[in-house]
Design a protein around this ligand. Sequence first.
Ligand SMILES: [Zn+2]
Length: 57
Amino acid sequence: MHPEDLKMIWICQECDSHFIFHADVSDHRAQTGHTRITKADMALSDSPFTSNYRFDR
Ligand SMILES: [Zn+2]
């Protein structure tokens, strides 16, 4: 695991799911067909979702 991976998360704009690992994004795309998944910097972001972060699995 690369340390910098932990600083970045992915957010699906279509269902508001959050992902830490790119493998999870790939799985999500394959399972749901969602394509609007954007990358966000967890360290710089002060968005509310970082305080109530939830895992999808
Ligand atoms: Zn989605």
